[in-house]
Design a protein around this ligand. Structure first.
Ligand code: ZN
Length: 242
């Protein structure tokens, strides 16, 4: 089976469609949460995901759009976008987002939006947090999103310490004996100073993982955000990837 693994679409339909078109043949999508929030096309992104065989986890922005968490935990721009998303969501998108699990185990993979320890909220953004999280899942590999930054974190078999491996785009890596936490990056709002959409291909037969980046029409998403009056900062950040 060949999986298109992605996260943090954030209602950016142009980026999501570009990724699907670029991915080549795949059997299913594994989406690690935050389908909506920030971007201009929440219902359309839910609909596109549902066109494919898929697994999808709940992210904090999906919960925010459902009113399942306190918006005061968000900054002003994220809160404005979440309130707008709440108003825009169709009944069927609402039902879909409401049905999502916050943690799944599939074969050798544990899937969560943030982390296996705190699936909705925790950011695995350094080796210390990663180190602790290796004790919170039992499979060899864990896939997460939430930081919007592609990365591989490897647990050293000898000393248990955690090491960061930078993604090498377009070069499949073999999933071997080492336990890994892997983040495919964000489709719809990258934050690693690279505005291209990020995603990954998991080949579960060859047991390889490949990080990828693809340019999309950022200006189109930005103009749709302006049409809807979404916050200026959220519009601007897309072209820089922060
Ligand atoms: Zn996110």
């Amino acid at each position: 089976m060949r999986y298109l693994v992605l996260s943090d679409i954030h209602a950016n339909l142009i980026a999501f469609q570009t990724v699907v078109d670029d991915a080549g043949p795949f059997d299913a999508i594994w989406c690690l949460g935050d389908v909506v929030g920030y971007g201009p096309d929440p219902n359309e992104c839910v609909a596109l995901l549902r066109e494919y065989e898929h697994l999808c986890l709940a992210g904090n922005h999906d919960w925010a759009a459902l009113g399942k968490l306190d918006l005061d935990t968000f900054n002003a721009d994220a809160r404005a976008a979440a309130t707008w998303t709440q108003r825009m969501l169709s009944a069927s998108s609402r039902e879909f987002l409401g049905s999502l699990s916050s943690l799944l185990c599939v074969g050798q993979f544990t899937l969560a939006h943030g982390s296996p320890r705190q699936p909705i909220w925790e950011y695995i953004s350094d080796t210390l947090v990663a180190h602790v999280n290796f004790f919170h899942f039992e499979t060899p590999y864990c896939l997460v999103g939430h930081t919007h930054t592609p990365v591989v974190l490897r647990q050293d078999a000898e000393d248990g310490n955690c090491r960061i491996l930078a993604p090498r785009y377009g070069e499949p890596i073999r999933l071997g004996d080492a336990r890994l936490i892997i983040n495919p990056g964000s489709v719809g709002q990258p934050r690693d100073s690279d505005p291209r959409a990020a995603y990954a291909i998991l080949d579960a037969e060859a047991m390889t993982w490949e990080h990828r980046r693809i340019e999309y029409q950022v200006e189109e998403t930005q103009s749709r955000m302006r049409q809807h009056g979404l916050p200026y900062k959220l519009v601007a950040r897309l072209q820089f990837g922060w």
